[in-house]
Write a protein that binds this ligand. Structure first.
Ligand code: BV8
Ligand code: ZN
Length: 274
């Protein structure tokens, strides 16, 4: 069922039906993409003004690009790190964190590297660990050493003016290896423990709530199909149709910050939900 937004500006239809699916589910897997952070000011990848507009993914988000020109790749990531540092979780991130805090059997798998789900959880007092939130593609706020693989949280600015100023490892044995963003690039495999846990959650969920993803990138996009094939239902929130829309029990044409708080059960029911 595709619920279009109402020309009269009322919330899109399908809200009540989506709420019911989520309220009646014992276990819900929430799969999010860049669209859930759009309302926080983080550009999506493929939308207007998207991250890929200025560059092609192959140019920057690949190990080959980093080997070829680590300074350019770091410049793009540092631009995103600074941009995300000024962004806050929006009402969609917060509604999901509050839902998890109510112990509702909700698990979040995100493709995003902006850290906004984790910040919404800590702002909400939810101790979010890998049993509640999986970041499939890593995090902008972590670096990884290309020599010793040491991973570290790092939020302070990185000087990308020259190859010499790029960050180097201060790990054991005076490693000095060049650091990279701790994200999964195209052509790189995901952490088997992380993607394995995500598929396990997808297999056992009664509902997969898919929010703000173009469902193009694999293997993340397959998670929703796994829930569907295991007999679960899909509920989608996206202003546009996606390759998952035809498989969704409800696909709501709306923005995450507006729709997610209306469909999360137990949150303030909106007066106009239908
Ligand atoms: C791998 C981190 C083994 C870096 C990212 C099988 C089939 C086909 C291809 C492949 C396959 N297996 C592997 C591949 C290749 C590749 C791939 O999927 N390519 C695609 C392009 C076809 N996958 C990989 O390489 C993966 N590795 O599988 O390893 C292997 C290795 C080699 C060869 C084969 C197998 C690794 C993929 C991870 C790449 N890293 N991010 C960084 O961020 O810099 S991916 C990056 O792009 C994001 O993390 C995210 O996953 C993806 C962007 O997708 P979305 O989040 O959906 O964002 P997008 O802009 O596309 O869409 C936004 C949506 O929001 C839109 O629908 C829009 O309508 C909506 N929206 C807008 N506003 C709102 C909204 N929604 C709600 N509210 C709003 N307000
Ligand atoms: Zn090192």
């Amino acid at each position: 069922m595709i619920a279009a937004s109402d020309p009269a500006g009322r919330p899109p239809a399908g809200i009540e039906r989506a709420r019911r699916f989520l309220a009646e589910a014992d276990g819900v897997l929430v799969l999010t993409g860049a669209g859930i952070s759009a309302d926080s000011g983080v550009p999506t990848f493929r939308g207007e003004g998207g991250l890929w507009r200025q560059h092609r993914p192959e140019e920057l988000a690949t190990p080959q690009a980093f080997a070829r020109d680590p300074r350019l790749v770091w410049e793009w990531y540092e631009w995103r790190r600074r941009l995300v540092a000024d962004c806050d979780p929006n009402s969609a991130h917060v509604a999901l964190a509050r839902w998890q805090a109510r112990g509702a059997g909700v698990r979040i798998v995100t493709q995003n590297v902006d850290g906004l789900h984790g910040r919404a959880a800590s702002d909400t007092g939810v101790a979010s660990g890998p049993e509640l939130l999986l970041e499939l593609h890593g995090s902008l706020s972590r670096t990884r050493c290309t020599s010793c693989d040491a991973r570290r949280e790092r939020r302070d600015p990185i000087d990308t003016t020259s190859a010499a100023t790029l960050p180097h490892c201060a790990g054991a044995g005076d490693c000095r290896g060049l650091l990279r963003p701790d994200v999964v690039w195209f052509g790189e495999s995901l952490d088997p423990a992380v993607i394995g846990a995500a598929f396990g959650w997808a297999e056992t969920a009664d509902v997969c709530l898919v929010v703000g993803t173009s469902a193009v990138v694999q293997p993340a996009a397959s998670l929703a199909a796994v829930t569907r094939e295991a007999g679960g239902a899909l509920v989608e929130v996206n202003p546009e149709p996606t390759p998952l829309t035809w498989r969704a029990a409800v696909s709501i044409r709306g923005g995450a910050a507006d729709v997610v708080p209306r469909i999360v059960p137990g949150d303030q029911p909106s007066a106009t939900s239908r």
